[in-house]
Design a protein around this ligand. Structure first.
Ligand SMILES: NC(=O)c1ccc[n+]([C@@H]2O[C@H](COP(=O)([O-])OP(=O)(O)OC[C@H]3O[C@@H](n4cnc5c(N)ncnc54)[C@H](OP(=O)(O)O)[C@@H]3O)[C@@H](O)[C@H]2O)c1
Length: 331
């Protein structure tokens, strides 16, 4: 496979957005950060939302806030930064009836398009502009004069200019300062879900908690278990992030490195890899999305129960005590 090329500032033309109105729907993690970045880049930006905490915050932070329906009517580009599991129903009830040919639908994660929750009508562009990181970083990197890396995708190019719009939005968010890759919505969505289910969230969290439980159940103090199996994850992740795995191994002791080579493949063995493939199959077939959307339809009973169970785990108590010792650079 040919390596993907990073698109930079020179590849984007932000003037494509001149005279256009962007409605950011939702003012949560991504909505707040991206709406502020777009506005600071000179793009006419309004916010669409429902009455409540985040709409009030958007108003306090100087945005014109309209209902979703009115924002869709007023805007040329509708950037949907609502929860993935709600996008389909909000699209059907409030966005689609107010959509006209010539407008652009944009998302930061392709879930709703890839799993058929949103089908853009003919005459409407459908694009994705996705930052590779959380909202707080989208904003702080922009303010620091850099930017997160990003992905863009074009699902439907009715105008012949969908790619230009996506690149301009990525530029206005600061993503082209670092680099943007052009992918398909399927690649982004499958990859994003796979990464969060197998490594970043599911995967890492279960690995840490399982190791903590083994040490404490075998009589070791919770503080030791926390430092050895949780606290140091960040230190190692930072090394991997900035140096790569091989150079990280040069920065740890020979004993730690030897332990990695002999025990790592025994813990993360061929069966784990096979279950990862199964997870990918469930994502690609739509099985995961179907179960998740059913859970959302029922009001998230399992998610809320698991959330409570997670908060009650003993690792939270020792963690809260230990984290107080450290200055927190991030919320
Ligand atoms: N978070 C990330 O790190 C990240 C990274 C990349 C991409 N994304 C993508 O960005 C999108 C948004 O995610 P997020 O994490 O920013 O979501 P979020 O923090 O949960 O924010 C969702 C926003 O949608 C609003 N909302 C919910 N239901 C609504 C309704 N029925 N009508 C109008 N507004 C409604 C919420 O308002 P209320 O305050 O009233 O609930 C809130 O402002 C998703 O597609 C996600 O996959 C997120």
């Amino acid at each position: 496979m040919e390596p993907l090329q990073f698109l930079k500032e020179k590849d984007a033309d932000i003037s494509v957005l001149s005279g256009k109105c962007v409605a950011v729907l939702g003012y949560g993690n991504q909505g707040r950060a991206q709406a502020q970045n777009l506005r600071d880049s000179g793009v006419h930006t309004i916010v669409g939302g429902r009455p409540g905490r985040s709409a009030e915050l958007a108003r306090q932070e100087g945005f014109e806030v309209l209902s979703v329906a009115d924002a869709v009517k007023q805007a040329d580009i509708i950037h949907i930064l609502l929860p993935d599991e709600r996008q389909g129903e909000i699209y059907r009830a409030e966005i689609a009836p107010n959509l006209e040919a010539g407008k652009t639908l944009c998302v930061s994660h392709g879930f709703a398009f890839v799993f058929g929750e949103i089908v853009a009508p003919g005459g409407v562009d459908a694009i994705m502009v996705s930052p590779k990181g959380p909202g707080a970083d989208v904003r702080s990197h922009y303010l620091a004069g850099s930017g997160l890396a990003g992905l863009i995708a074009v699902k439907q190019d009715a105008s012949g200019k969908a790619r230009d719009t996506a690149l301009a939005l990525a530029c206005a968010n600061g993503f082209t300062r670092t680099g943007v890759l052009e992918v398909t919505m399927e690649q982004e969505t499958h990859g994003d879900l796979f990464g969060e289910q197998n490594v970043l969230c599911g995967g890492l969290v279960d690995l840490v908690r399982c190791a903590y439980e083994v040490l404490t159940e075998e009589g070791y103090p919770p503080e030791i278990a926390y430092f050895e199996c949780y606290h140091e994850v960040k230190l190692l992740a930072d090394l991997m992030h900035y140096r790569g795995i091989a150079a990280t191994n040069a920065a740890i002791s020979n004993t730690a490195e030897w332990g990695e080579y002999v025990n790592g493949p025994y813990i993360i063995d061929a069966d784990v890899k096979e279950r990862m493939r199964e997870s990918l199959r469930n994502i690609r077939s739509g099985k995961f999305a179907e179960l998740w959307l059913k859970e959302a339809e029922k009001g998230l009973p399992t998610l809320l129960a698991k959330r409570a169970q997670c908060a009650a785990h003993p690792i939270e108590e020792v963690g809260a005590r230990i984290r107080q010792l450290f200055v927190k650079p991030n919320p």
